[in-house]
Design a protein around this ligand. Structure first.
Ligand SMILES: Cc1ncc(COP(=O)(O)O)c(C=O)c1O
Length: 396
């Protein structure tokens, strides 16, 4: 048999998808599984979006390829809402519509990285960043943060990590997995550092609408209006509960978008025409449903913080955005506390098998010793699941 690519040796499968698949499997076999693993809203896609998608599916115009960079009408909506919600003006031609934010991220890396270029990724990171950097031929370089620093990095750390090969800084605020939101002052300091060092900022803004406390983080594009150093990643998955429709986008300057278009033209050609129609409908209808979800997430956030803060072995910060909490469970590990369990990975396996509660281990985000707890699930499940967690630890 001819051999396979060496990529196999350098990339890992998505651990969040792995835990979600395991939870789904156990649930299908009749186990009362409660999943804190999924990174998706538990709400259905709003009905008006589904209706518009049905209409598109019945219209032969939507049975064809679209332009590589996406339907012009969708890109116009993206430009309009970007200005309205994110506060910076772009042309529809600065947008490339992709199969979710995930494809936008890997396309962006492929568009700017040369072999061995370094990409600074703050830890804990969303699990896809380092793997997509590696697939694109770059080298991930990590920055540490911890619960004591509220999982925030500083300009000084960046300065210490920078080399002549540093090409991109990955920036996610609100963050997956920590829910951390940088203040405008903290963010601007980091943006200025990147601009003055001529480093790209890949700003992942998928959670921009889910900030519950304090000020939102401004996009770097509000300062870098020509997008000389900024590439934005966004999409409809989280804000409109549309994870399965697979529509995201990247926003960049002409040079970046032109190369990204070339890549897309030879890989997926375009995003499903009907999904693009659905995304356009989502943007046209405004944020009413998003704000309704946000209210529910905030209620669950406060409930989860309250329950977790009373749970043995758990210490947590106060996440201000996204829909994740990232508790430190290192106190539960090692020694004889839980028979033979010495890592958060083993702990998550034990919790799902014994208590049927699914969390993603910190190993997936580069920081073993923590677990990611998504609170995008119903209030009752949330309470029941976290009381099982508390039980698991109390009963040791
Ligand atoms: C930080 C972050 N960026 C991007 C994505 C990609 O989402 P999608 O590909 O569904 O748009 C996710 C999904 O979990 C995410 O958490």
């Amino acid at each position: 048999m001819p051999n396979i690519s060496k990529i196999n040796e350098i990339i890992l499968p998505s651990a969040t998808m792995e835990i979600t698949a395991k939870a789904r499997e156990l649930k299908a076999s009749g186990k009362p599984v409660i999943g804190f693993g999924a990174g998706e809203p538990d709400f259905p896609t709003p009905a008006y979006i589904v209706e518009d998608a049905k209409r598109a599916a019945e219209n032969p115009i939507y049975h064809k390829y679209t332009p590589v960079n996406g339907l012009p009408s969708l890109r116009e909506e993206i430009a309009r809402t970007t200005e309205e919600y994110s506060g910076y003006k772009i042309s529809p031609d600065s947008v490339l519509v992709t199969n979710g934010g995930k494809q936008a991220i890997i396309t962006a890396f492929m568009s700017v990285l040369n072999r061995e270029d370094e990409v600074i990724i703050p830890k804990p990171y969303w699990t896809t960043y380092p793997e997509s950097v590696k697939i694109a031929g770059g080298k991930p370089v990590f920055l540490e943060s911890d619960i004591a620093s509220d999982f925030k990095i500083t300009k000084e750390q960046l300065e210490d990590t920078k080399t002549s090969k540093t090409k991109v800084l990955v920036w996610t605020s609100p963050s997956n997995p920590t829910g951390v939101v940088y203040t405008p002052k903290e963010a601007k300091e980091i943006y200025e550092w990147a601009f003055s060092n001529d480093i790209w900022i890949l700003s992942d803004e998928l959670y921009e609408h889910f900030v519950y406390e304090g000020e939102s983080t401004p996009s770097p594009a509000t300062l870098d209006t020509n997008l000389d150093n900024t590439i934005i990643i966004n999409g409809v998955s989280k804000a409109y509960s549309m994870t399965g429709w697979r529509v995201g986008w990247m926003i960049g300057n002409n040079e970046v978008i032109n190369v990204a278009k070339k890549i897309q033209s030879h890989s997926v050609s375009n995003v499903s025409n009907i999904s693009q129609a659905a995304a356009k409908s989502a943007l046209e209808h405004g944020l009413e449903e998003t704000l309704r979800m946000k209210k529910a997430f905030n209620r669950r956030r406060l409930l989860a913080i309250n329950l977790l803060s009373k749970t043995k072995f758990i210490s947590t910060n106060i996440p201000k955005g996204a829909f994740y909490i990232y508790p430190d469970v290192s106190e539960a590990l090692g020694g004889e506390k839980i028979k033979g369990i010495s890592s958060s990975y083993e702990l998550c396996n034990w919790l799902i098998e014994e208590y049927h509660i699914a969390f993603v281990p910190g190993e997936a985000f580069g920081t073993p010793g923590s677990i990611r707890c998504s609170y995008a699930l119903g209030d009752e499940d949330l309470e029941e699941g976290l009381s099982r967690l508390s039980h698991a630890f109390e009963n040791l």
